[in-house]
Design a protein around this ligand. Structure first.
Ligand SMILES: [Zn+2]
Length: 866
């Protein structure tokens, strides 16, 4: 790489830029020295190629593009002047120079640039500083700072994730390792800028409960606590100023459980500056009292009692650090192994720097974070206790921790809890972000060696909780507003694997807004619709009535359907309402049929009936072999068509208890009332609405026991529905349309008993490329179909002629043979429903028997599952 060449191209009129950094007040020569630095000051620089001042800075001083009121803690953060990205794996300087060419930037290599370790070749390791336009300090709160780095990590996934905390400073590229140092000041670009208005509130690590040890423990564990906890060392430092009594108690309750802790309590207490306040016997009494109490006092309480430090997510009390992270002396899995690997289990506690404080997180969660964000996580090595270990995942999404100090890697245990087996094959559930990746079939090549593969196969296939076989196996997706986060469950008793989706998060709390929208749109039916939504949010596999909405444009029907879809954004699908080759929409929880173009097809009605009435549905999905899901689909139709759905008059419901269709015409909204931001406003309020109003309705529904209704709720039979069912003209049209399908495709029905079967069948006559039907055959067909108007079969002929299905002439001849009416509609009109069509339920039949559920594509076997 030739840097001088790069520098010479800089624009003469624009050959420098300004930047302001936090810079350490002292210079250092080694990493160890750098670790002790805490004082920083704000300093402005002119950046230009070849700057010796900058070279000196980046090799001897700590710096940050974040500014602090004092020191360099998360709490003291006041804003940023730019951003700094750290690249240490899988990204070259060349790639970075191209990626950032449009910006002013400073690129400098870091301490371990091209340094070979662990028998690996060296890699480019470097930082990229991207200054903002000088002037006003930006992103002045810690939450905004978190959003900035959250977005940066999405934009530049190769950057080290650990750059993101507001207290983050960067060590200089000290010259201890004699690595090459390169500095590229790129001045021909523009200042960097960030817009974080689209970034959601950044979620911290998930809270985990850790139960601290309660028994008297060893010296070694005492030292671990003193090393990682911040509270007891604070007490030690503060003792000579006099500890406030509540905090003194907290200190005792944490120390008293350890061998050597008692002595330390006396040592700290004796430093009290007030003569006579330390009393040996009184302190012993306190220790005894603390030992008899339930457990060590936790961080939350300690903060309440006035400690100004920051509590980690876990452990919950200082004493908890004693047992966290140290997993030394772990035996190898394989007795025969000459150079045994040591494995990390999913529930092993690992200490990580969580926004400036050490917190304990289980390895499985860290793996998930690393995988989702494509980053590395810095951690304290659980074997040698030094920090600076890194957690990464390999190509096949198994995680490992590499420690420079131990000079080795520790691998994810081959038997990971996401594994399951189906009909003798090893599969894995994978989540990424808010998605599941397909239940992916694993192969020996996915594991580091044959021993691991054998181990995992054996462990999973011998575990009845994770071993599935047979035709009744289903893969199900459910949404429930009481779930906290994306998860999965293996249910051997139901022979199923279940993917669990949480509801949309809470943003704005304003139920009245959503109520106004629903009340305006559904008027006296709003109560039913809200209850429907409540069951949608809190139940699964419950059969809910189909919602069919019609009405003018911008009456809100699509907004309503989209809003329901947003309750579980990953569980919505659209369907064009026709029978299709691929029906993967049917694995969704909400199926939205927009502009129901096939509302005139009787086959649609049959398909809806089948989809709402079946316990399981066979999913035909592109590139994935057929598999079964337990039916969890609810339907909303929206259309401008005043006749929104093809209903069958013979199925007109007798009461609200057996009604399966809520058919509703939405009132128009005057153009003055149309709010372009309505959907966004509703969506922002939805999370709270779901967890309050809908929850209340769900609880009430549970109490009331709606067991005697067929579709969970009493479903209003609207005037529109009555019209649709009752209007004889439209009925004739509907039936004529059904008739047309049989005329074109044929019809077959089995009557009579098993012993004396009688078959009636109709097929059109084909001649000279056209289809024909004689009038008497048509009459017989109408009678066999038992249509309501069968006594006047000619009315059907009139409708079919008017619709261009039948010729007006009924004396068509081909080669002198009289063939009757010509059927003008082509079989292609029913492309997806070819072959003979049986009546009603018989239109679609599904065969039993389950095909296995992994992907057929052999190229990489990985398909996003939703
Ligand atoms: Zn180590």
């Amino acid at each position: 790489m030739n840097y001088t060449e790069d520098l010479s191209v800089s624009n003469i009129n624009d050959n420098k830029f300004e930047l302001t950094l936090s810079v350490s007040t002292v210079t250092v020569a080694t990493k160890e020295e750098a670790k002790k630095v805490v004082d920083f000051q704000k300093q402005a620089f002119i950046a230009e190629p070849g700057s010796l001042e900058l070279e000196h800075l980046f090799t001897t001083q700590l710096y940050s593009t974040n500014l602090w009121s004092s020191g360099c803690s998360n709490a003291a953060y006041i804003g940023m002047t730019g951003v700094t990205l750290d690249f240490d794996h899988g990204y070259t300087i060349d790639e970075a120079q191209q990626a950032f060419a449009d910006y002013n930037y400073i690129l400098h290599t870091s301490r371990t640039h091209q340094y070979s370790e662990d028998n690996n070749l060296g890699e480019d390791r470097f930082r990229v500083i991207l200054p903002f336009e000088p002037g006003v300090m930006q992103f002045t709160s810690a939450s905004e700072a978190a959003k900035v780095y959250y977005k940066l990590m999405t934009l530049y996934p190769k950057a080290d994730q650990a750059c993101s905390n507001p207290g983050r400073k960067f060590f200089p590229s000290t010259r201890e390792l004699n690595t090459p140092f390169l500095l590229d000041v790129h001045v021909s670009g523009k200042y960097f800028s960030m817009d974080v208005s689209d970034v959601p509130v950044v979620k911290p690590f998930v809270q985990v409960n850790y139960i601290p040890p309660t028994e008297l423990d060893t010296h070694e564990e005492l030292y671990r606590m003193l090393k990682f906890d911040k509270f007891i060392p604070w007490c030690q430092g503060e003792a000579s100023n006099g500890l406030p009594e509540p905090l003194w108690h907290a200190m005792i309750s944490n120390l008293c459980r350890f061998e050597g802790g008692r002595e330390l309590i006396h040592e700290i207490s004796a430093k009290d500056p007030v003569i006579g306040r330390y009393d040996f016997d009184e302190t012993e009494d306190k220790i005894q009292h603390a030992l008899e109490s339930s457990g060590p006092i936790g961080y939350e309480e300690i903060v309440k009692r006035g400690w100004s430090g920051v509590a980690p997510v876990a452990p919950l009390a200082p004493a908890g650090f004693a047992k966290i992270g140290s997993i030394q002396n772990r035996k190898s899995l394989f007795a025969s192994d000459k150079n045994p690997d040591i494995y990390l289990k999913h529930d092993d506690w690992i200490l990580v720097d969580d926004k400036g404080i050490l917190s304990a997180i289980i390895f499985g969660d860290l793996k998930q974070k690393v995988k989702e964000e494509g980053c590395t996580v810095s951690a304290v090595c659980p074997f040698c206790d030094t920090d600076g270990a890194k957690i990464r995942t390999n190509t096949f999404h198994f995680a490992y921790l590499h420690c420079e100090q131990c000079n080795r890697s520790y691998w994810e245990h081959p038997d990971s809890p996401e594994l399951f087996s189906y009909n003798g094959e090893l599969l894995r559930i994978e989540m990424k972000g808010n998605k599941f990746i397909s239940h992916e079939k694993l192969k020996p090549v996915n594991f580091r060696n044959g021993l691991e593969w054998d181990y995992a196969c054996k462990a999973v296939m011998n575990d009845p909780k994770r071993r599935f076989i047979g035709d009744s196996f289903t893969i199900n997706r459910i949404g429930d507003a009481s779930f906290g986060e994306l998860g999965y469950e293996m249910l051997p008793e139901e022979n199923s694997v279940v993917f669990e989706f949480p509801a949309i998060g809470v943003d704005v709390q304003d139920n009245a807004f959503i109520d106004r929208f629903l009340d305006r749109m559904f008027r006296d039916r709003a109560d039913f619709v809200k209850n429907w939504m409540a069951l949608y949010a809190y139940t699964n596999y419950v059969s809910l009535p189909v919602i069919v909405l019609t009405g003018p444009r911008s009456c809100g029907k699509n907004t309503f359907a989209d809003l329901v879809g947003e309750i579980f954004p990953s569980l919505k699908a659209t369907w064009d309402g026709d029978k299709e080759q691929f029906n993967d929409f049917a694995k969704a929880k909400l199926v939205f049929v927009d502009e129901n173009r096939h509302s005139d097809k009787p086959v649609q009605y049959a398909e809806i009936k089948r989809l709402t009435g079946s316990r399981t549905i066979k999913i035909n999905e592109k590139h994935i072999r057929q598999y079964y899901v337990r039916n969890n689909a609810k339907f909303i139709f929206a259309t401008n068509d005043p006749r929104p759905i093809a209903l069958h008059w013979r199925e007109e419901p007798e009461s609200e208890k057996t009604n399966n269709f809520f058919i509703y015409s939405c009132p128009a909204v005057s153009s003055d009332d149309i709010d372009g931001e309505l959907f966004d406003k509703l969506k922002a309020r939805l999370g709270h609405y779901v967890r309050t109003e809908l929850k209340k309705r769900f609880e009430a529904w549970k109490q009331s026991g709606n067991a005697n209704t067929r579709y969970a709720l009493k479903t209003p039979i609207t005037d529109l529905a009555k019209q649709l069912f009752g209007a004889s003209k439209s009925l004739i049209e509907l039936e004529a349309e059904e008739l047309a399908q049989y005329l074109v495709c044929g019809y077959q029905r089995n009557d009579g008993s098993l012993l004396y079967p009688k078959t009636y069948s109709f097929s059109p006559v084909m001649a000279a490329g056209g289809l024909y039907v004689q009038q008497q055959d048509l009459r017989e067909l109408v009678q066999k179909l038992n249509f309501k108007g069968h006594s006047n079969y000619k009315s059907y002929i009139t409708v079919l002629q008017d619709h261009g299905v039948l010729s007006y002439k009924n004396d068509n001849r081909v080669s002198g043979q009289r063939l009757g009416y010509q059927i003008l509609r082509k079989p292609e009109y029913y492309t997806t429903a070819s072959g003979s069509i049986a009546a009603e339920e018989g239109v679609i039949t599904s065969s039993a028997g389950l095909s296995i559920c992994h992907t057929t594509s052999s190229s990489n076997g990985r398909v996003v599952f939703e």
